[in-house]
Write a protein that binds this ligand. Structure first.
Ligand SMILES: [Zn+2]
Length: 95
């Protein structure tokens, strides 16, 4: 009888096979938010034609999918890293 194929996890960086239960990998959860601070309006901003500005925004929204709009505001992802890659990544996570 054929053996059930095992679901493998792979290191997001080097592709090494990760084996649950052995303690050789890390799960990294990343949450990213757009800056929630309201924009600081200048007098020049307030001088623009509001109707035209709103039309521009509505046009942009019409041309963007819901998923894309969500992605611009909030992203959450989970990655798996082997012990070696994790050790390197955590020292410089923004690289
Ligand atoms: Zn790795």
């Amino acid at each position: 009888m054929a053996k059930e194929p095992e679901a493998h996890l792979f290191c997001h960086r080097c592709g090494a096979v990760l084996k649950p239960g052995v303690g050789n990998f890390y799960i990294v959860r990343i949450e990213a938010f757009a800056d929630p601070t309201p924009p600081n309006l200048t007098e020049a901003d307030l001088a623009v034609d509001i109707d035209e500005a709103i039309d521009d925004i509505l046009e942009e929204i019409r041309n963007t999918s819901e998923a894309e709009l969500m992605d611009q505001v909030y992203r959450r992802l989970t990655i798996h890293l082997c012990g070696q890659c994790y050790a390197k990544w955590i020292e410089n996570p923004a690289s």
